[in-house]
Ligand binder design. Structure first.
Ligand code: UD1
Length: 420
């Protein structure tokens, strides 16, 4: 099993190119199932989750061609089955996103109950409730969710009980081919949803209200071929900016979109980091001044992203003062706190919060990654620590960060991938 060996203590300095966003590319790949025409995608990150989604499209009968620059051409003209098998779905929760497109186009979808990161209970009840509101019948058989519709999906007026990114994406994709108008209320407003809307619009879908919590979709009978470049990964960019701050370095991320990182950049500035934005680059400079703890509470966009919470925990661990970080989206997403304690961090878990008393230095230690963003936070802690850290189970990090060790090595980090 692979692990990272990190020798910390070096301030990171340099430039890092940001990849396409995993959380935008996955729903867009699922949306290619909505048409029998060819979809061409660029800026798709080279990640295990993307490979899993491509395998899933292939298992459904789609033809996927990938060139050396990771431009993908998907043709879903010859789909021959509507069943997303357990073997693929168990490794990636985003597999549930094929349900909306399959149901809309073929009137049938079978998807194994999803897996993914172990970060608490992650139901899909709202996806299913929405499909039912559009006229689908939902059944559960042998661990599979079976959705069918006799006479096609019908537009509806649906309000999400809680803001769900995946649920909004799934119903949005179903609605573009449904009969009549669908209104989705209390919809998620994450930039990745706006990216999916832009992709669908490029195929000929009729959607209004992106960037707001009410999406209005007028169903069309078919969608066309399209070309689309996936948005930059805001979480990858944010992760490297935090790494710059925690190591007292200076990193410029390139091909990034600062508009998507509003509150994250605000919190970095609150922490004393000199953040500057120029065009599509963002620089975090912590080579001077005092790094100070920040308080934050995760919330749906434009609130503080749950996907950046663990990285800010690492930042607080080596900052001056006391910070409280509260997770409101997921139940079990504070596991990195225990691992960071093993490195000498002063952290107390208090219900859904962690209280961190910053220290001038922490020590390297062997630690274990529990989920994707937790692994990124342990890498940051290792880079900021004195001595050697081993981060185990880095298959989690490979799901969401493209060549992270190479990108970090390029800015001076002493990090090596090893196998045991
Ligand atoms: C969530 C995050 C997203 C992040 C992703 C990966 C939010 C709002 N969503 O998206 O930013 O990139 O994890 O870490 O921050 N829920 C239900 N029923 C459902 C669906 C969801 O109760 O049918 C609940 C979940 O348990 C959770 C909340 O809604 O508490 C948000 O879940 P959701 O946005 O769907 O999760 P993801 O799409 O995985």
């Amino acid at each position: 099993m692979d692990y990272f060996q990190i020798r910390g203590g070096t301030p990171l300095q340099g430039r890092i190119p940001i990849s396409g966003a995993k959380n935008a590319a996955l729903p867009i790949l699922a949306a290619t199932l909505l048409t029998d025409k060819v979809s061409t995608l660029s800026n798709v990150p080279h990640l295990n989750d993307i490979t899993t989604m491509v395998e899933l499209l292939g298992a459904l009968g789609a033809d996927v061609a990938i060139d050396e620059s990771m431009a993908l051409q998907v043709s879903a003209a010859q789909l021959n089955n509507q069943r997303a098998p357990y073997e693929l779905v168990k490794t990636m929760r985003a597999s549930i996103l094929v349900m909306g497109p399959l149901l809309a186009r073929f009137g049938k979808a079978e998807v194994s109950f999803p897996g993914g990161c172990a970060i608490g209970s992650r139901p899909v009840d709202l996806h299913l409730k929405g499909f039912e509101a559009m006229g689908a019948c939902i059944d559960v058989r042998d661990g599979y969710i079976v959705a069918t519709t006799e006479s096609g999906l019908k537009g509806c007026d649906f309000t999400f009980d809680t803001v769900t990114v995946g649920g909004t994406e799934n119903l949005l994709m179903a609605a573009v081919l449904a009969e009549g108008r669908t209104v989705l209320r209390n919809a998620a407003r994450e930039p990745e949803i706006t990216d999916l809307v832009a992709f669908l619009r490029g195929m000929g879908a009729e959607i209004e209200g992106d960037d707001t919590s009410t999406l209005v979709i007028d169903g069309v009978s078919e969608l066309a071929a399209s070309h689309y470049s996936v948005m930059p990964d805001r979480i990858e960019a944010g992760t490297f900016l935090v790494a710059a701050a925690a190591t007292r370095g200076r990193i410029t991320v390139e091909n990034a979109n600062a508009e998507h990182l509003g509150i994250v950049l605000e919190k970095l500035r609150d922490a004393g980091v000199n953040v500057t934005v120029e065009g599509n680059t963002i620089t975090a400079d912590m080579t001077e001044g005092q790094l100070t703890s920040v308080d934050l509470i995760t919330a749906p966009y434009p609130g503080f992203p749950t996907d950046m919470q663990a990285q800010f925990t690492a930042l607080n661990v080596v900052a001056e003062g006391v910070g409280r970080i509260t997770e409101t989206i997921f139940e079990n997403r504070l596991m990195q706190a225990h691992e960071m304690s093993r490195m000498g961090a002063n952290i107390t878990v208090d219900g859904h919060s962690v209280i961190i008393r910053g220290k001038s230095s922490i020590d390297g230690a062997p630690v274990m990654a529990s989920d994707l963003r937790a692994s990124a936070s342990l890498v940051i802690a290792g880079l900021a620590a004195k001595g050697e850290t081993h981060v185990d189970r880095i298959y989690h990090i490979d799901r969401g960060y493209e060549r992270i060790e190479e990108k970090l090595q390029a800015v001076g980090a002493d990090i090596v991938r090893k196998s045991r």
